[in-house]
Design a binder for this molecule. Sequence first.
Ligand SMILES: [Zn+2]
Length: 271
Amino acid sequence: MRATAVRLVQQALVAEGYPLGEVDGRLGPKTYGAATAALTKRSAELPADWNDWPNHRRCVAMLQLLCKQQEIAVGRIDGLWGPQTEYACDMLLYHREHGTLPPPFRDETPLDVNPNGWPRQSEAELIRHYGEIGKNQTMLSLPYPHRLSWDLRKTVQTFSCHEKVHDSALRVLTRVLAHYGPERIPALHLDRWGGCLNVRKMRGGTRWSMHSWGIAIDYDTEFNGYNWGRDRATLAGPEYDAWWRFWEEEGWVSLGRTRNFDWMHVQAAKL
Ligand SMILES: [Zn+2]
């Protein structure tokens, strides 16, 4: 159980009048005792055997009930910390911070056009279209300066990309500049660049990453973690609709928009 989740439980227990002392995000005898007392009052909402559960599991169950109370879909109240509980916990945190649940996912369908004839994401097609990994590179002079997302003091004016994606990426970024302007771009982190050419294997895989050809670009990596979905990734927000439209109109693919992970990443290859 994460400290933030424990804190949510502790805050609720304090609000119900249990003397916990400090809300410190750490599980201990006081929290366990209060959670058990709070669950006893709610036993009608719990499976019959909840009394046999260890303390830790009771605290997770308490968190699940708090989510349920807020009408967050948390699934079965089983005291087990799985993906659905983790997701519900994030929703509950959001609710505590904003006083409301996040807006429902927008139902926009990513554009699927291919004016530049990008190949499919198979190694044979990629090599047929782009050649060998790491080859046929050119420098892209950026329409607006970028900064390294992991070191914002470092400005980037050019980066290496595949010569076949150069003109398209330049068109996209020129439109981004015209649309958002030099002030909103840094405010929205659209200048936080996480890399393009990088000859390496896909995460946890044996196939070459799209970065190996210099046909994928990452943005704002810090706020768009690889495994994050729409609920956390900033690039999923409505203020980025134009950003994605400019890429998609050139045929680029966002893994975030199509698969809801790796929102930092956009690539000139179809899935
Ligand atoms: Zn990437």
